[in-house]
Structures are given as structure tokens and as C-alpha cells.
Design a protein around this ligand. Sequence first.
Ligand code: 9G3
Length: 577
Amino acid sequence: MRYSQMLIPTTKETPAEAEVVSHQLLLRGGFIRKLTSGLYTYLPLGLAAMQKVESIVREEMNRAGAQELLMPMVQPADLWQESGRWKKYGPELLRFKDRHERDYCLGPTHEEVVTDIARRELHSYRQLPMNLYQIQTKFRDEIRPRFGLMRGREFVMKDAYSFDVSDEEAGKSYQKMYEAYTRIFKRCGLEFRPVEADSGTIGGSFSHEFMVLADTGEDTLVICKSCDYAANVEKAKVVPGNTEPTDQALQECVKVETPGMKKVDRVADFLGVTPKEVIKTMIYLADGEPVAVLVRGDREVQSVKLKNLLHAADVELAEDDAVWKLTKLPVGYIGPVAIPIKLIADQEVMQMVNAVAGACEKGHHLTGVNPGRDFTPAMTGDLRQITVEDPCPLCGGTLELTEGIEVGHIFKLGTNYSQALAATFQDKEGCQQPFVMGCYGIGVSRVVAAAIEQNHDKNGIVFPLPLAPVQIIVLNLSLKNEETTAAAEKLYMDLQAAGLDVLYDDRDERPGSKFKDADLLGIPYRVTVGKTWEKEGLVELRLRRSGDTSTIAYDQAAVEIAAMVRAEMQSTEKVDL
Ligand code: 9G3
């Protein structure tokens, strides 16, 4: 490709709306342009980078025995009515009517459509296992699209769906996808961790997220320094501390005046205890119902754990005025004793002895509160946010918290969708059985952004070679000099003939701005044809990641550089699990 003829509108300034580095660099590098909120055009180099991700995904999915198909993006409402999800989703599901007034939605995912294919075309256990996948544009009407390709409303997803005769066989399909994902993200040159995840509302009983570690990730992970345990904090189980039963005598439960003391720390200070000895009572709305959630004073509630324990579709912390309106309880003085609403306690609270808690009376707290004697929760469970002080649930080692960008998510679906859509196959005994399914997603466009989050420096992107839109850029620094230009052009043609993706910078620009653009675009290999060639017949090679530069005799350059690029590509393709 000749730079002078390409649409690569690089810019020096950083657009104000771009908050994260990948969004800034994708805009500055002329890789994407915003059409409107959450909708982006992939300009030529942006599309080329995304297609590198797609081809790695396609190779590994095919290697795993999956078959590629392409389903419609527009989906008829009746399939979603059959699965019961038409009403389940709010405005995030973009719905519309066609000219015949029939209801449709833009596909945010394709469980219903693929299950409909299965029920029509898969009839016998002999046809199983089967894994069908597509790489396709999805639409989810996010309320606040931001971070460019990281959270767009329209995005490119690889979504795969497996069909098996039994849970055991479905486990094998799941494992195959787990391994394929590991290969995919390794080949993309990403530092990632598979983590146990909360399977959320799609009802699967088991799932793993694949997280690219990066500070701007929207998910918080807990990872162990000693073993390969990793989990989304929404799911990470807390090992109950083995607090030996204290021999403390149980005090009487006494009401004390705590005027204006609403916060745990203030009450603890005022009463001369630590927050660890205070029971914190938070009022949540679980599907609209108020519940009182108890955690130790120095802990935080993990709301996804609460949601899962209550099997609620939605839980949220009640605003202060809602608390008063719904419960007539004085915010800041709420406690578990004689409270007129459902009590849910974190397991740790039940070990507390002689604790402080709100008295459910303005300006008053209780001391000497003992769980089991003074209150009995309707439910107890692991509800609190894990901390780095907690031991690794697997090996007891030290935990650390880090941010991650979810680039993949795989789920065991069981028979949720096959039962809802009466999608069955005939088993060995001739009986009709519902397919046991799994579904597997990769955010293809998000992988490009995540790769940039993890691979950039002050000069711009540092593409991992497998994802680079072009592998080499050839800079001609003496455009006016016919010999130099002829040499540069020949080198460009030879490198292209060697099968490499080459960008030839033939623009009439100063060397400095060519160097800046090559760095900004993150192109792994930069070859310069200029003075050094004119004087000594040498070209300069510079590696973007390390900054290492070397000179190569012109007539060896194409062969040597092609060999280097091929060698590096092969090393990324050889992935041992
Ligand atoms: C919707 C809307 C948004 C959604 C969904 C449905 C997420 C929805 C979960 C999945 C699960 C897997 C197959 C590929 C991998 C992910 N957001 N999910 O089902 F209607 Cl508006 O999509 N699907």
C-alpha cells in the first residue's frame, strides 16, 4: 500500500472525548472515526487490524472443529417471545417494526436464532457434538457508550454455540473452547487471564471470562501470586476466617446515645471500638423489595454475590430517601435487632460477638449485640467483597487486585434455550432429548482496543506483530532523488512479493513527521531508505517495540527482513497450551 494514496488521517492532537489511551490512539492514528455515539467506522488500517484478529479467531475455531456460518443480524421477536427474553430486556435491546408492522430486534446475541437452526436441522445424536460460530456485528443499545471500541453500541463479536447429547459431553465442548480461547489470546500476543465469572442472567451454570490485564479495564479481578487462581471479584469466593470461638462472655444488649453518629468509623470512635466490632447494615432493593444486608463494619457488600444469593434479577443500594420512604428507618442508625425487614447476613457477621449495631432509633446504637441471640437472619452467605488480605481460596497464598478488560466469555448453557424452544434430538434409545448447549463469545473489535491498552508507549501504539495492520513500513526519505526513490520502491515491491503486509511511505513529508507517524501507527518494523543508502548502500531497520536499530546491505534487505518477520510470526503461531 502506498501511504500517499491511502486514507490514514493521523492527527497530533488528542480528542477531548477520548478518555482511555486505546480510544485516543485509535482516533489519532486514523484507525477509526465516530459516526455517532457508540457507532464507529473502521478506516482501512483499523479494519486491517481487526481482520488480523478475525483470522486468528477463525483459524483456532476451525482447528477446534467448529463450523462457521452467518446468521441474520435482524431477528424476529417471536423467537425471543418463545425464549421468554423479549420482555426480559429493556431498552438495551433495540426493537423496531417492519413495513408489515411485525416486531424485530437488532441482534445483541444469537442464542435464539442458533437454537432455531438446531431444532430444524439437528435430529439425531449421531450429528452431535456440533459447534456453530459466526463473526458478526452485534448491537446493544448501551446507555453510556464510551471508551471507543471498548464499549460501543455496535461491535464485532465471534459468537459460537455448541450442541451436545449430555452434560458430560457438553463439558468436553466447553473444555475445547477454553483451550481454543487460550490459543487465540496467546497468538494475539496478549497478556490475559481466564477467570471464573458470574454467569449473570443468561442462566448458564458455569462460565469463564478471559481478561486482558490493563489498568483501564472495567472489571476488577483478584489473582493469586502463588497459583493460577483468578476470579472476577463479583464471583471470587471468600474463605471464612477460622476465627476460634471466643471465650468472651456475652454482654447484655444495651441501647446507647450516639447523637449524629451515622458512619461506622464515627460510631466506632465514639464508643471506643474498631469498625471490625460494628455490624454495618445496608438497605438494598432486590427486585424492588427492601432487604437489610449485614456485613462487618470494615467490609463492603459485593452486590453480584447478593443478587445471586437472592436469585434476584436486579439488586441496588437504596438511596437514603428511599430507605426512609420504604422502611421509616432512620438512615445511619439502622441495625439487625427487631428490624421489620428481611435480614441477609454475610457469613462473617455470624462469628461476631458483643458487636455494635444501629438501634433502629434516631441518635442511638446498641452494644453487646450477639447474632443468633439478638437477631436471626433469613439467609447468610458469602456476600462481601474479597480483599488482598484474604487468603487465596485455592492455595492460601497472597492475593492481588488488578483491572481487566473482558475480551472473551464462555458459558455452559445447559438446556435453558433448547427446552424453551423445544429443540430436541433423538438419542440412542430413540427418545427425544433437549440439546445440552454452550455459548462462547469473543469481542473481536474490543480485542483491538485491549491490545492497544496493553501495548503502547508515549509515541503511540506498539502493535503485537500478529495484530499489526501492516507488518513493515518502508520510508523513502529522499523523494526528490530518483535513485533513492527507485531503490525504496524496489524494496517495497520485494518485501510485498515476499508475502508481507507492507506500507510504503511515499509522502512528500519531512523525515521527522514520517518517523512520528510510523511510531504512532505502531508498525512493528520500520525500514528507512535515505542518506545511508546513498552513501553506503545500506538501509536502516528499526524495531518499534525495542527501538533497536541496525543497518542491512540493500540487496540483502528484502530477504533478511522477510525472514525476520516470518520467524517472529511463526514463533507466535507455535502455541503450546
Ligand atoms: C440482550 C441484550 C444484551 C445482552 C444479552 C441479550 C449479554 C445477552 C449475554 C450473552 C451471552 C453470550 C453468545 C456469545 C457469548 C455471550 N448482553 N448477553 O444475552 F438482549 Cl440487549 O450474550 N451470548
